[in-house]
Design a protein around this ligand. Sequence first.
Ligand SMILES: O=P(O)(O)OC[C@H]1O[C@H](OP(=O)(O)OP(=O)(O)O)[C@H](O)[C@@H]1O
Ligand SMILES: O=C(O)c1cc(=O)[nH]c(=O)[nH]1
Length: 220
Amino acid sequence: MSANTIKTNTLLAEQIADALLRIQAVTLRPNQPFTWASGMKSPIYCDNRLTISYPEIRELIAEGFIALIRDNFPDVEVIAGAATGGIPHAAWVAQKLNLPMVYVRDKAKGHGKENLIEGVIRPGQKTVVIEDLISTGGSSLKVALAVNEAGAHTQGVLGIFSYQFEKAKEAFEGAGVPFETLSNYTTLVDVALRQGSIQQQDLELLKAWRLNPSEYGKQA
Ligand SMILES: O=P(O)(O)OC[C@H]1O[C@H](OP(=O)(O)OP(=O)(O)O)[C@H](O)[C@@H]1O
Ligand SMILES: O=C(O)c1cc(=O)[nH]c(=O)[nH]1
């Protein structure tokens, strides 16, 4: 399967965008840009960690992941959570599918057993990585590659939300790892505009940022 053949469920993408807006997971802060994991500066931050506090939203997310897994990776053997945001969602999915779970740290522990991957993963095991958010894709691809380096096989990466950057698509394609998210930036902006939770001036700001996200906020 190529990296872009997984089909997004449009209704679910809207439901999740709506939920993220409702719980105020999305913050616009143009005057004090956020620094992302990649080092990029951004006027927007989507805090998907908040979803774990809402049982009906985390259930929607878990069922969304399970539908994607059933359609695309029906023979998956292990669910891997990307630390930290992906871990709770991976646990709920693994529990519902009655599958083993592991989680992958962003770097190996500096003491104890010095593990990068926690839990049991065996050579050849078909694995789906669960991540909370994909910006550049760097974090989740690192997890996917760590799984492969451990001798298992990453079938795909699934996330809650993606900013739909070309850079991420190219990175996943380059690594030969299929990926998909339950919701995305385009849907979020559409839903937010419809609801009136963003205004015209916010839209202008977001458009300026989208034109050149890597340069945004560097002068700030
Ligand atoms: O696609 P990327 O450019 O790599 O960015 C996305 C990553 O950034 C966030 O993680 P963060 O490092 O903030 O850590 P956390 O999950 O431990 O909170 C998020 O949870 C993803 O893992
Ligand atoms: O790229 C990131 O670090 C990032 C962006 C975002 O909107 N939310 C988040 O949790 N991380």
